[in-house]
Design a protein around this ligand. Sequence first.
Ligand code: HEC
Length: 166
Amino acid sequence: MKIQKRVVTRLIKGGGLMSKKMYRVGLISTVICFGLLTTANHVLSAEKADVSKNATWGGGKGKEAGRDNFLGTCSPCHGESGRGDGPLSDTLGEGIKPRNLTDSKLLSTRTDEDLFNVIKNGGASRGFSEVMPSQKETFTDEDIRNIVLFIRGDLCKCQYKGEGGK
Ligand code: HEC
């Protein structure tokens, strides 16, 4: 589509080499192209919304936003892959390690609300280390939900399965 657009612009700039009819054909196919893209996006969003069945929120583009914020704010401790091995992970103090967020067995015992709350209110609010910082001032609730979607969808690839994780 990009190429086609460029050709169209070049032809127009090139001094009306193109007939009005050709221009219209170009325009119409561009519009159709956009239409198809939008439809495809809708289908994809519908799939993403299913990422976390027990979530109280939808998906859409949220997971991508969640990934960006995770990489920006959480990866120094939790690592880019979420395994708890970020560059700061060895500096947090005796016996304190960022959680391995790819641990599906552990995270299956957590509800989405659990994850949301610990991210929003910090580790201490849940009896975890206070080193795990509260994101209350950094992110909106929506941002945090998107981070949870990302953790569920791409890191632990897991859902809440009950207290025993089963
Ligand atoms: C300064 C380092 C640091 C940063 C930054 C950090 N965390 Fe943590 N996080 C920790 C530590 C340490 C723990 C484990 C606390 C414990 O074991 O008591 C933890 C625990 C967690 C848990 C608890 C998992 C469970 O067992 O229920 C979640 C979820 C989590 N972090 C997500 C995040 C997210 C998302 C971000 C970014 C918004 C983030 N953390 C930023 C250090 C950090």
